[in-house]
Write a new protein. Sequence first.
Length: 63
Amino acid sequence: MEASAEAGRLADLYVMMAQEMAKSLSQLREHERVIAGANGNLPDGAEPVAPGEPHDGNPGTPI
């Protein structure tokens, strides 16, 4: 009985962690989309930011 309860607890934890990871992945994809859009609006000769680059400014403030 104790092992069954532990298995159930671990299954619940797995589901919760999978949902959190899916949320994080969705946020990363949105950031990648925003970066790609910003790179498309750069003036000629400007160096684009790679999709995986961290933001180097204040949150919500473009570089």
